[in-house]
Design a protein around this ligand. Structure first.
Ligand SMILES: *Cc1c(COP(=O)(O)O)cnc(C)c1O
Length: 387
């Protein structure tokens, strides 16, 4: 098996004559050679493209590279992370079905789940991300899908994937994890027994904050179900965005390693700073699940961290004092970004949601990019001086 950098550069492709880089197949439809070929392609006797919403060489190419990186048989890419979540979930849960999910989910996922509950009568039960016994108890009643997200936003709690997968399998439920924060470099959920691994490819996979994309990776059978729904819902990724995503994947291990190192350096610095009440980062020995993080994230602890200042006003002053780190939501690009959960991801959330997630008014989230660690530490330091 080639190493991860080799895989991210070359995918599973054998060398062949022709363009080194997959061209952008900017076309909505494909000319077929004959009436016979139309039948052959539709009947699966021959691989071919018919219409871009069904398949396109630019998306097929990036799907194959992504599956290689995630260690799965197949992958399907979509126009956004939310499209990947919606099709991934609805491929396995119908009207009146049941999902058991961890809490502390991405805001869009929470809103999607609320819509599925009210519009389709899908029952969704939430358990704490750190409580596998609660998951086991919730699965005493039949569920179609176990939906997980790890590490969580913004307090970086971990869901034990190997244990969750085992419990879900015994209960006959399909497992899907949102692995956006970890990326395939830091964690490989499928190797731990998780059926489907979802990414907002807008983040680390694309890596340059210039596309919107999503992906679901898994076995051929599972991905085929997602792909079927994906075609019907038109969740397709544009060929040009697929090209940019593939370009991003070539440097994924380098970028993620740099972000991991930067987050570790900034987390260690913040943990020593008197103005900082608490730092949430799985790479710190003080993180309550540091041992699990070591096992489950062998590639690194990720580029995200959060920390608590004394008040919301202090958090705002810190944000306004930054000079290198930019004030923006999102993560996973080469640029370091800072956002306040109370202003962005958890805006207008009730207090019990904030309490459950461990968010206080002074919580600040940093998504580290690939700049020099010394410059990021100095920037954070000078912004803290202004409080
Ligand atoms: C951004 C994000 C999503 C949604 O992805 P989009 O590409 O914005 O649709 C889902 N989950 C997590 C953890 C995210 O960070």
């Amino acid at each position: 098996m080639p190493g991860e950098r080799t895989t991210s550069v070359h995918g599973r492709e054998e060398p062949r004559a022709g363009p080194l880089v997959t061209p952008i197949h900017q076309t909505s439809t494909f000319v077929l050679a004959s009436a016979q070929e139309v039948d052959d392609v539709y009947e699966g006797r021959r691989q071919g493209d018919v219409y871009t919403r069904y398949s396109n060489p630019s998306t097929t190419s990036v799907e194959s590279r992504l599956a290689a990186l995630e260690g799965t048989q197949d992958a399907v890419v979509s126009g956004s992370g939310m499209a990947a979540i919606a099709t991934g979930v609805l491929a396995f849960v119908g009207a009146g079905g049941r999902i058991v999910s961890t809490s502390d989910l991405y805001g869009g996922t929470i809103n999607l789940f609320r819509t599925l509950e009210s519009r389709f009568g899908i029952r969704i039960d939430h358990v704490s991300p750190t409580d596998v016994d609660a998951l086991r108890a919730a699965l005493r009643t039949k569920a179609d899908l176990v939906y997980l997200e790890t590490p969580t936003n913004p307090t970086l709690r971990l869901v034990d994937l190997a244990q969750s997968a085992q419990i879900a399998r015994a209960a006959g439920a399909v497992t899907l994890v949102d692995s956006t924060f970890a990326s395939p470099v830091n964690s490989r959920p499928h190797a731990l027994g998780i059926d489907l691994v979802m990414h907002s490819a807008t983040k680390y996979l694309g890596g340059h904050s210039d596309i919107s994309a999503g992906a679901v990776c898994g076995s051929r059978e599972h991905v085929a179900r997602v792909r079927g729904l994906h075609k019907l819902m038109g969740a397709v990724l544009d060929p040009h965005a697929a090209f940019l995503l593939e370009r991003g994947l070539r440097t994924l291990p380098l970028r993620v390693k740099a972000a991991n190192d930067n987050a570790q350096a900034v987390a260690e610095h913040l943990a020593r700073h008197p103005a900082v009440k608490r730092v949430h980062y799985p790479g710190l020995p003080s993180h309550p699940q540091h041992a699990l993080a070591k096992r489950q994230m062998p590639g690194g602890y990720g580029g995200l961290l959060s920390f608590d200042l004394a008040s919301f006003d202090d958090a705002k002053r810190f944000l306004d004092g930054l000079r290198v780190v930019r004030n923006a939501a999102s993560l996973g690009g080469v640029e370091s970004l800072c956002s306040l959960p109370l202003q962005q991801s958890h805006r207008n959330q009730p207090k019990e949601v904030l309490d459950r997630a461990g968010i206080v008014p002074g919580t600040v989230r940093l998504a580290l990019g690939i700049e020099d660690a010394a410059d990021l530490v100095a920037d954070v330091d000078q912004a803290l001086k202004g409080l």
